[in-house]
Design a binder for this molecule. Structure first.
Ligand code: CA
Length: 240
């Protein structure tokens, strides 16, 4: 490979020792720096330890001793930490998956999974994070003005007159997908595929709940949106 990248730091939170070892070994073969923890409470503490450089990605099992993966994700986000989170779930119930995404996970993988698929997801998440503004593309707008607010892609925030909202990786991804096509309708299928890595025909309300949140941050009257406009039966359009 021509490309050289600094080693990304990955935290694996998984209580099945064999699986954790296999994941660690394979990530290390790919050049990542890997640390493993086996319960939820230590994971929250470790992520919050403020070590520099911070983790780039947390691979988080859902069913963990001490504290569930949902709770780890929720507390991590509540503390203002926007590290990429890939959730591992033994349940393929869409409600569990969506709850994981809503608690702040950026992506999920259903167990049992193939290690090559895990590695592919890890690469996509780290790359998307770069696109989304943590490591911005040179040509992408770092900030745009919307009414009296400013979307700061570089800071993962929306600053309004009175408040600053911190955005998750996925919220930034969704905004980016809409803003980069200002004035054009972006279909639900495109958003599911580009922002969540889901099949375009996936039946989920996950987009709707994210749109509700973004409107709450950005719109003067979220029930009569001016900027993030619904296009009935198709998707959404960003206008200003
Ligand atoms: Ca487990």
């Amino acid at each position: 490979m021509m490309e050289t990248t600094p080693a990304h730091r990955v935290l694996v939170v998984e209580d099945e020792a064999n699986l954790a070892d296999g994941v660690k070994f394979n990530l290390e073969q790919e050049g990542y720096e890997v640390e493993v923890l086996s319960d939820g409470r230590s994971a929250v503490e470790r992520i919050a330890s403020g070590e520099d450089p911070p983790f780039d990605l947390v691979i988080l099992d859902l069913m963990l001793p001490e504290m569930s993966g949902y709770e780890v994700a929720r507390r991590t986000r509540a503390s203002g930490n926007y590290v990429a989170i890939l959730m591992l779930t033994a349940k393929d119930d869409p409600a569990d998956i969506i709850r994981g995404l809503e608690e702040g996970a950026d992506d999920y993988l259903t167990k049992p999974f193939r290690l090559d698929e895990l590695l592919a997801r890890v690469r996509v998440l780290l790359r998307r994070r770069r696109w989304d503004g943590v490591e911005p593309r040179p040509e992408a707008n770092a900030e745009i003005h919307v009414g009296e607010s400013v979307i700061r892609f570089d800071r993962f925030s929306i600053e309004t007159r009175n408040e600053t909202f911190t955005l998750t990786t996925r919220e930034v991804g969704l905004l980016r997908a809409l803003v980069d096509r200002e004035g054009e309708t972006v279909t639900r299928g495109q958003l599911l595929e580009e922002v969540w890595g889901l099949r375009p025909d996936t039946k989920t309300r996950v987009i709707d709940s994210f749109i509700v949140r973004l409107r709450k941050y950005l719109e003067r009257d979220p029930s009569a949106p001016e900027y993030i406009v619904s296009v009935r039966g198709r998707g959404y359009r960003f206008e200003r």
